[in-house]
Design a protein around this ligand. Structure first.
Ligand SMILES: [Zn+2]
Length: 101
């Protein structure tokens, strides 16, 4: 069996490197809309952020998320992404606490 290499991703806010499954991924789709990529497999330009609101806020506040995605994010986009991000964190925490038992 071949050893599978885990690709490392870097958080756009704190520059922490880890395997991509640890991160919440944002992706810009073909229409230029930015979404949280819950599958981790959506095509398009992506940016990874730690599953922590602190890093989300830093990525927005330091204006790193938009440039990483080659996209300009409006305040409405930021509000929508914050909700999607919080949902993604909440559901991954729920999933890991279930499997951790
Ligand atoms: Zn981070």
């Amino acid at each position: 069996m071949a050893v599978r290499k885990t690709p490392l991703r870097t958080c756009v806010a704190c520059r922490r490197e880890t395997g991509k499954r640890e991160f919440v991924r944002f992706v810009r789709d073909a229409d230029g809309e930015v979404h949280v990529d819950r599958s981790g497999k959506a095509p398009g330009r992506g940016a990874s952020v730690c599953p922590d609101v602190v890093c989300f806020e830093a990525a927005i506040g330091k204006r790193r998320l938009g440039p990483a995605l080659r996209s300009s994010l409006s305040e409405d986009d930021v509000e929508r992404l914050r909700r999607e991000f919080e949902d993604a964190i909440a559901s991954s925490e729920a999933a890991s606490s279930r499997s951790g038992r």
